[in-house]
Design a protein around this ligand. Structure first.
Ligand code: SF4
Length: 214
């Protein structure tokens, strides 16, 4: 990390101490399961997705099972996650492409993953980081908010935030740092009422030092 990024260095040291063993909160055993769970997690809590996937993963085991599923039945199986019609279509189309282009195996490069229907950079980076053990920064709503408040990024666009974070976080920490920022956003730096009085990052936080302005 460069000298001018000592501000970021301090923040990530503190985050690491606080959230060292954080992992992705979605339950999964295979790259396919994580891909499915991540698609279902759009506009839905991880807890609810985990409840749904407990039964879903017993019924649908391979990409073929989603690709060949009856659309209405799949919609009902994932209904509690919300936006179930679009999500069911995405699951089917995504799995069809996985079968056609990758013989049923989930690809392990960003370019191939984002070429799948319904898969954006965030989902692709979650799969790469947590299912394939690669280094990848996934910008979800928590990473977006916390990075901007802390002054680690200055952008609304997730792709731009990812690019800015990649410059200030050492590459061997990209996946872990994503989890630390997510945990901090969930536990302390809430969207509506950040718990600044309890926050270990107060002294380094742009939002706090600017009295709630970015
Ligand atoms: S000081 Fe407040 S705004 Fe800044 S990171 Fe902590 S909780 Fe978030």
């Amino acid at each position: 990390m460069k000298k001018e990024n000592s501000h970021a260095k301090k923040i990530f040291e503190l985050l690491e101490m606080e959230y060292k063993d954080s992992k992705v909160a979605l339950d999964f055993k295979t790259p396919l399961q994580l891909l499915i769970a991540t698609i279902l997690s759009a506009q839905c809590t991880d807890e609810r997705v985990n409840k749904v996937t407990k039964a879903l993963f017993k019924k649908y085991k391979r990409a073929e099972d989603y690709a060949n599923a009856d659309l209405k039945e799949l919609e009902e199986d994932i209904r509690p996650t919300g936006f179930y019609k679009n999500k069911a279509k995405s699951l089917k189309n995504c799995c069809k492409k996985i079968i056609e282009d990758f013989k049923g195996k989930i690809p392990d490069t960003l370019e191939e993953l984002i070429a799948l229907p319904g898969v954006g950079r965030k989902t692709a980076n979650i799969v790469l980081g947590s299912a394939y053990g690669r280094q990848a920064i996934a910008v979800d709503t928590h990473v977006n908010r916390v990075s901007n408040r802390l002054g680690l990024a200055d952008a609304d666009d997730p792709d731009k935030i990812e690019e800015e974070l990649c410059k200030i976080i050492p590459e061997d920490k990209w996946t872990e740092a994503t989890h630390w920022l997510i945990q901090h956003g969930r536990r302390i730096c809430n969207a509506r009422k950040p718990l600044c009085d309890k926050c270990i990052l107060r002294d380094y936080c742009k939002f706090y030092l600017n009295k709630g302005k970015l």
